[in-house]
Design a protein around this ligand. Structure first.
Ligand SMILES: [Fe+2]
Ligand SMILES: [Fe+2]
Length: 169
């Protein structure tokens, strides 16, 4: 007797097209998280100066969180019968998070982080909409991740406000 396949939800046979599309969205999310890990490691080490301290510590914490997000996206890709891509498929996109010319240029880093978080927020909102009524498990997972990214962005917007208030940004 053949194994019974799921008849409802995203794992069902008749949802295979949507599943394929969703896996592509999840792969993009996975790569975004991986690149963010790289960028945040660099930007949690490179900055110089007293003022950089808060930013450095904040990014150090975020590295672990973004890594956790990447692992969650990878796990979900597999659960949907996809394959987590290999490193050769990676293409960098975060031009705005490259090391600044001067390592005391903290505003550059803050703005880069806000840009990265905003990109993640946009993409994750798209996944949440795509999965609505289709895959509540992925939707639930991405909603939780979205909340983390909104928190990250809010924190760095606060940093930017401080610099703006002092006329430094
Ligand atoms: Fe993330
Ligand atoms: Fe984030």
């Amino acid at each position: 007797m053949p194994t019974r396949t799921a008849t409802t939800g995203i794992l069902s046979e008749d949802k295979s097209d949507e599943r394929g599309e969703l896996i592509e969205l999840l792969k993009k999310a996975y790569w975004m998280e991986i690149e963010t890990v790289m960028s945040y490691i660099a930007n949690s080490v490179n900055p110089d100066g007293v003022r950089a301290q808060e930013i450095v510590e904040s990014l150090q914490e975020d590295v672990q969180e973004e890594l956790g997000h990447a692992q969650q996206f990878a796990a979900r890709i597999k659960e949907l019968y996809g394959v987590v891509p290999g490193s050769l498929e990676f293409a960098a996109e975060q031009a705005y998070l490259q090391p600044p010319q001067h390592q005391t240029d903290i505003v550059h880093v803050i703005k880069g982080v806000i840009e990265a978080e905003t990109g993640a927020i946009d993409h994750y909102n798209r996944i949440i909409e795509f999965t609505d009524g289709l895959d509540f498990v992925t939707q639930d997972m991405v909603i939780a991740i979205l909340r983390d990214e909104e928190g990250h962005r809010r924190l760095f917007e606060g940093y930017l406000r401080e610099y703006e208030a002092e006329g430094l940004a």
